[in-house]
Design a protein around this ligand. Structure first.
Ligand SMILES: [Zn+2]
Length: 133
C-alpha cells in the first residue's frame, strides 16, 4: 500500500472483511469492516506512535461516474467495475481514517517541557530558523 507509506505509515497490521449486500434503497453496496493498527510518526517527538483503526464503512456501488456526480446526498459511493481492486479500496479507506496530526497521547517531548510554559509553534519555528543559520 504505497500511498499509506507516503502518508507516514511505517507499519501496518490489517484485518478486514468485505461483504456485498443490497441496501435499504435497493442498491448494491459494499460493507467494509476494518480492524487495523498503524505505526505513524509522532508530530511532536518524531517517534513511532501506534494507532488502532477500527471502523466500518458502507459504500454504495455506482454504475457510472455520472451517477456519482449527480447524487446529491452524503452516501459514500464507489464506481462499480468488473475488476475492482480491493487493496486500493481498503487503502483509500485507511488513509481517510488516519489521524490528521498523529502524536503520542503522553508524548515524551511534551513531558520534557513540563515546568515551563510550552513553546508556541512560532517560537519553535524561530528556534529552528536559528539552528539552520
Ligand atoms: Zn511523541
Amino acid at each position: 500500500m504505497p500511498r499509506l507509506v507516503q502518508s507516514g505509515c511505517s507499519d501496518l497490521v490489517l484485518d478486514f472483511v468485505l461483504t456485498g449486500q443490497i441496501n435499504e434503497r435497493g442498491k448494491p453496496e459494499l460493507r467494509l469492516e476494518v480492524n487495523a493498527g498503524v505505526r505513524l510518526e509522532c508530530q511532536r517527538c518524531l517517534g513511532g506512535v501506534e494507532y488502532p483503526l477500527r471502523f466500518e464503512v458502507l459504500l454504495e456501488l455506482a454504475a457510472s461516474e455520472a451517477e456519482m456526480l449527480a447524487a446529491d446526498d452524503d452516501v459514500d459511493r464507489v464506481l462499480a467495475g468488473r475488476d475492482m481492486n480491493v487493496a486500493v479500496l481498503v487503502e483509500d479507506e485507511l488513509i481517510l481514517a488516519l489521524p490528521m496530526v498523529p502524536r503520542h497521547e503522553q508524548c515524551q517531548a511534551a513531558a520534557g517541557a513540563k515546568g515551563g510554559a510550552e513553546p508556541s509553534a512560532f517560537q519553535a519555528l524561530a528556534a529552528l530558523k536559528k539552528l539552520n543559520k
